[in-house]
Design a protein around this ligand. Structure first.
Ligand code: FAD
Ligand code: NAP
Length: 566
């Protein structure tokens, strides 16, 4: 559909913001349910994260065979992945293939940034305004804006005075960036940097890696997928997909399901070694049942990886600098190809910017606090995102009685099950705060969220009701979320999971720590209990019953035994 056609479209049932995994599936589901739908996307094509993050080495950290849609048989049969962990170009081709196959692009307008959306209490519709001033209204609004789509402000003064080139991993240009023979600085050592650094180092004359906090990283053991592996997956695909939906991370693997103490040090390290050789970060951090809850148990995994770092980096000072001191997986575990070995190259230097913080950028490079200047021709910002709430808070979202989302979330992102916010009727956030999305195979979470949204919309249409949650339901969900989060090591460490990477952001554990399977069970319970929490009704019995069916009063899952077995 052309942009002009949309401008004259009088009534739209559903507006979807974003054209990544979430937006594409939401538009598909809207059409299937018979709604008129419009998608708005600021990028010039579909793909979301995989459209924007074109930096060298970008690839997924969940195996391609599972990091993909499961809702359509033909897509799964026709698309053939070439690598264990698909690269950004392949993922972008995949999402483009899906868009073509389902003819989704005709429902989208690209290069349209939604800047404002205001609830009209009389018309009971959302008025959505884009950056070109064009307004549309819709009965339902689905914010598929992504949890890692708003690059955080870098906060480096004087970068505009720098004479060289500046790149951000998440807004990487379309052309082939050539660092051959150049002096380059990479700022950051999170997942994006860990993937980019080895490849930038191969070409650059000199590479400075500016590290504030080291990351734990596992070797991806990436390789081409063999025909027989693909055929074997295809033969069991239905069962794998069905199991993954009930696993904590939305990925189908089996672990011991037992605490570390049940194993001798030799047995324990042999199990870590097995997963290390396999290249499976989610599995590694789940090798034992208490790695996320016990600092003592976690220390065994930390020590295992620290030893691996020391095996590669024989300089003890450098090895120590590269070894994190926070619990493994309290920040996102990285997946790499040759990351630690890259520091053995003569053209690579680790610069500790905790010791010597970046003072400012100057014409010829980056000045550090001790007055030294890193003389570089290019700066790569691998500095991360205003995660989970950033993309939403950047839009002027105004609900009932003039409630502004950014203000309402100033102290914490109040919401119900990561999908609804009190005072914002008929508005849905996909993998919003307090959903398990960020800690999972996101595609599994996205499909579940969007399926639930459309189950809810069918009910709303049938019953002629507005979908709206209450502050009481939000509080109940927040209490449950806190109970679970406070049992984990996530809350002990600064990370984007707790908003600590963005100055001034409230420190709140943003994802839901109960796992994908348990979350799904609770959501199913809410639906069974008459869409409890999805109506402007302060009766919490349905919400509490759905939670109590899955967790006991201490926050222990009643389904823990099913999480680790096939
Ligand atoms: P996105 O893909 O982020 O799409 C959101 C879209 O909304 C974007 O295209 C954006 O331009 C658009 N948008 C935002 N605001 C507006 C606005 N105001 N107006 C118009 N459009 C707007 N997850 C995993 O499970 N496994 C992985 O291996 C994995 N790897 C990742 C690698 C990188 C480099 C990054 C950054 C994230 C990765 N993730 C991974 C998480 C990733 O966010 C999800 O897997 C998934 O791609 C999210 O899809 P989405 O459609 O919800 O969001
Ligand atoms: P990130 O994990 O938040 O890492 C940002 C890095 O930049 C950190 O090392 C941070 O240091 C540093 N930094 C930020 N501002 C800085 C400053 N002013 N000075 C010095 N250092 C600064 O961001 P990311 O690497 O882009 O990854 C974000 C998330 O995206 C990941 O956690 C993951 O979920 C996803 N992702 C996945 C993959 C994958 O493997 N599939 C790849 C890329 C991204 P501090 O920690 O000290 O703040």
């Amino acid at each position: 559909m052309s942009n002009e056609e949309h401008e004259t479209t009088p009534q739209i049932d559903v507006i979807v913001v974003g054209a990544g995994f979430s937006g594409l599936y939401a538009v598909y589901r809207a059409r299937k349910a018979g709604f008129s739908v419009l998608g708005l996307e600021v990028g010039s094509d579909v793909g979301g994260v995989w459209f924007w993050n074109k930096y060298p080495g970008a690839r997924c950290d969940v195996e391609s065979l599972e990091y993909s849609y499961s809702f359509d048989e033909e897509i799964q049969k026709e698309w053939v992945w070439t690598e264990r962990f698909a690269s950004q170009p392949e993922l972008q081709r995949y999402l483009s293939f899906v868009a073509d196959k389902l003819d989704l692009r005709r429902s989208f307008e690209f290069e349209r940034r939604v800047v404002s959306t205001i609830w009209d209490e009389v018309a009971q519709r959302w008025t959505v305004t884009d950056d070109q001033g064009i307004q549309r209204t819709a009965k339902y609004l689905i914010m598929a804006t992504g949890i890692l789509s708003a690059p955080k402000p870098h906060g480096i003064t004087g970068l505009e005075d720098f004479n060289g080139e500046v790149f951000h991993t998440a807004t990487w240009p379309d052309y082939d960036v050539d660092f051959t023979g150049k002096r380059v600085a990479v700022i950051g050592t999170g997942s994006s940097a860990v993937q980019a650094i080895p490849l930038i180092a191969e070409g650059a004359d000199r590479l400075y890696v500016l590290q504030r906090t080291p990351s734990f990283s596992l070797p991806a053991q990436n390789r081409a997928l063999r025909q027989d592996e693909i055929a074997a997956f295809e033969a069991k695909r239905h069962e794998v997909r069905a199991r993954a939906r009930y696993k904590p991370g939305g990925i189908d693997f089996v672990t011991t399901g037992q605490p570390v103490e049940n194993f001798s040090p030799e047995e324990r390290d042999a199990l870590y070694e097995e997963v290390w050789q396999e290249g499976a970060p989610f599995k590694f951090q789940s090798t034992f049942s208490d790695l996320r809850t016990s600092a003592q148990a976690n220390k065994t995994a930390m020590d295992f990886v620290a030893n691996k770092i020391r095996e590669t980096i024989t300089d003890p000072v450098l090895a120590e600098k590269l070894t994190p001191t926070y619990p493994i997986s309290a920040r996102r575990l990285c997946l790499d190809t040759n990351y630690y070995a890259t520091y053995l190259r003569e053209n690579v230097e680790l610069v500790d910017v905790k010791e010597r913080p970046i003072k400012r950028a100057v014409a010829q490079g980056l000045e550090l606090s001790d007055g030294s200047v890193l003389d570089v021709e290019a700066v790569v910002l691998a500095t991360g995102f205003d995660a989970i709430t950033g993309a939403l808070r950047r839009i002027n979202i105004v609900g009932t009685h003039g409630r502004v989302l950014a203000d309402y979330w100033a102290d914490a992102p109040h919401n119900f099950v990561g999908l609804l916010v009190a005072g914002f009727p008929n508005l849905f956030t996909v993998t919003g705060p307090s959903s398990p999305g960020a800690l999972s195979n996101m595609v599994v979470s996205i499909e579940q969220h969007i399926d639930l949204i459309f189950t809810t919309l069918e009910m709303a249409q049938r019953d002629g009701v507005v979908v709206e949650t209450t502050e009481a339901a939000q509080d109940a969900w927040a209490r449950h979320g806190e109970l679970l989060a406070n049992r984990t090591l996530f809350v002990t460490t600064d990370s984007w999971y707790v908003g600590a990477n963005v100055p001034g952001k409230p420190r709140v554990f943003l994802p839901y720590a109960g796992g994908v399977g348990n979350y799904r069970r609770i959501c199913d319970g809410l639906v069974e209990n008459g869409f409890a929490g999805f109506h402007a009704d302060d009766d919490l019995s349905g919400v509490n019953a759905a939670i109590d069916a899955v967790f006991d009063a201490e926050g222990k899952s009643k389904f823990a035994h099913t999480a680790t077995t096939k």
